[in-house]
Design a protein around this ligand. Structure first.
Ligand SMILES: Nc1nc2c(ncn2[C@@H]2O[C@H](COP(=O)(O)OP(=O)(O)O)[C@@H](O)[C@H]2O)c(=O)[nH]1
Ligand SMILES: [Mg+2]
Length: 343
């Protein structure tokens, strides 16, 4: 579970001003006061929507402002109200006061509505101020400003794909290359480590794919070496695992042994992890070493009866990545249609 956060300044519309105006009609020499009232400012209303799955729509929005009410007109005409601004958010969104961190609203069901900022009342025109003793008031009031708030939207997201691999396998590079929307996350509470996340937006009203790089998966992770356990816990909730190996075998590593070690660590922590759908990514195919190692690697995959689909890529040049992303999309679509079949 990862937390995505976005800060936004929200402002409701101001009320329109009332005006001073006088009746001017043919054959009516002394026209009375006829200045209309201003319209009400629009509210900013947040509504939960079950067809939205992330905060991606807010990624580049810093300010949300509803329409102002219009000023009053002559002949007692009332100014038009500002339109309310409806903002859709995914279920599970927390709306917080940015300054205090206090949770103001918690969106839990479809179409749940909250007025977050209230539009200002319109001002009054001079027609409103006429009294028996003052039939020609030369007075109108201004509309009231809409309320404002600096808010934070917070959404917990479950990683769909867990990326496991030794340091330098190219996990961060892969995430950067496939990411279409940057998720801003908090650090883990007990460390300064930030999970390395990639989010692939598929279609506007479809859940995208959240990939989480699970650092700390090294030999001994299941004994909690290198903060392994916390990350392994994240892996349990994912739908699909990506084992990433550096086929160039720098530092005299053995890529296939790396794969076995990764699988072994997962297995030691929770046997069911290896039953999850998974793929194997062979990275750094641009290097001569990888070209040499790949034949042996495939042979050993067969010998060990590891049937997970495998992909040869070069994360740096993006070669092979479209195929990986297409596979992830397809597998997750199936997993989401049949949630009971995955762990
Ligand atoms: N030649 C080559 N180098 C790569 C490739 N992908 C990643 N690297 C390099 O490998 C190093 C480690 O990559 P990084 O993404 O930080 O690995 P991580 O530790 O698994 O996150 C970096 O210097 C990358 O530039 C690749 O496809 N080819
Ligand atoms: Mg990294």
């Amino acid at each position: 579970m990862f937390t995505d956060k976005i800060s936004i300044q929200v402002t409701a519309g101001n009320g329109g001003h009332g005006i001073v105006s006088w009746r001017r009609e043919k054959y009516v020499p002394k026209g009375g006061p006829a200045g209309g009232n201003g319209g009400r400012g629009g509210d900013v209303i947040f509504v939960a929507n079950e067809n939205i799955f992330d905060l991606d729509a807010f990624r580049h929005i810093r300010i949300i402002k509803a329409q102002n009410g219009q000023s009053g007109g002559s002949q007692r005409k009332r100014g038009a109200n500002g339109e309310d601004l409806i903002i859709k958010v995914p279920l599970g969104t927390l709306l917080k006061d940015k300054a205090t961190g206090e949770v103001l609203f918690d969106f839990t069901y479809h179409e749940q509505k909250q007025i977050v900022c209230k539009g200002g009342f319109g001002g009054r025109g001079n027609a409103c101020f006429a009294t028996p003793t003052n039939r020609a008031p030369n007075k109108a009031t201004n509309g009231r400003p809409g309320t404002e708030a600096l808010i934070e939207l917070e959404l917990k997201m479950i990683a769909d794909v867990g990326l496991v691999g030794f340091p330098n396998a190219g996990k961060s590079t892969l995430l950067t290359q496939v990411t279409t929307a940057k998720i801003k996350t908090a650090s883990y509470p007990f460390t300064t480590l930030r999970p390395n996340l990639g989010y692939i937006k598929t279609y506007p009203h479809e859940r995208g794919i959240l990939l989480a790089d699970i650092p700390g998966i090294i030999k001994g992770a299941s004994d909690n070496k290198g903060l392994g356990l916390e990350f392994l816990r994240h892996i349990q909730r994912t739908q699909l695992l990506v084992f990433m190996v550096d086929l160039s075998a720098i530092d005299d590593r053995d890529p296939f042994q790396d794969l076995l070690t990764l699988r072994d660590e997962l297995n030691k922590y929770d046997k069911s992890l290896l039953e999850k759908p998974s793929i194997v990514i062979l990275n750094k195919l641009d290097t001569d070493e990888a070209q040499e190692n790949k034949v042996g690697f495939h042979k050993q995959l067969k010998e060990h009866n590891i049937t997970a689909p495998n992909f040869e890529i070069c994360a740096i040049t993006k070669e092979g990545l479209p195929e990986v992303v297409a596979h992830l999309k397809q597998s997750l679509q199936i997993a989401r249609l049949h949630p009971e079949t995955t762990v």
